[in-house]
Design a protein around this ligand. Sequence first.
Ligand code: SF4
Ligand code: SF4
Length: 222
Amino acid sequence: MIVAEQKPIKEVWEMVKDYEKVLVIGCKGCVTVCNVGGAKEVGVLASLLRIAANKNGKTMEVGEATLERQCDPEYIEEVRDIIGEYDAVVSIACGVGPQFLSERYPQSRIFPGLNTKFMGGAIEHGVWSERCAGCGTCVVHYFGGLCPIARCSKSLLNGPCGGSSGGKCEISKEVDCIWDLIVRKLMEQGRLDELRQFRPPKDWTTARDGGPRTMIREELVK
Ligand code: SF4
Ligand code: SF4
């Protein structure tokens, strides 16, 4: 899933403090799963904004809505009848949400209420860890099912580098060296020789470095 964190309330308040009618819009997708952008968090953020307005002697009406997803036009459409009633909108979805809202409702002022962090998963309750950098051509099967692009600090495809020490990455004692894990896993599986196989350079044109990407599924396009 896409993992995000809430922006500090002070930052959100600074964005919207001069507006009298503010709509907070959540998303029932990834950000609900990581507890930052679902219906519950919409309610909490709306309450915090009301409290901040009260404390600062401002008049602010804060509305609440939570969409099935903010990354699908059909759901973005669901606020069409109400969004025009508000001076400002705070989207607490991943970075796609405020952009889809901005594109769909060009007259509205849309603000991001979250900081989108990465694609990953929960490794324990309340702890999420990055797993994928969306390179466009998955190669984890070459590396024991572990991704050196997202999880090596240098995205090395031929690690470990000289900074690997005691299983940790040189950037921090808190960060596992993924190449240490890859090598150990392949050794345990008796497949270490696979790392010696010649492979042509990875095609990075499918990655973000090739510019903004679009994926077209012809059979789904009307
Ligand atoms: S190889 Fe690419 S697609 Fe696969 S997990 Fe890593 S970054 Fe994601
Ligand atoms: S120490 Fe390991 S994870 Fe860190 S940059 Fe070097 S190879 Fe990558």
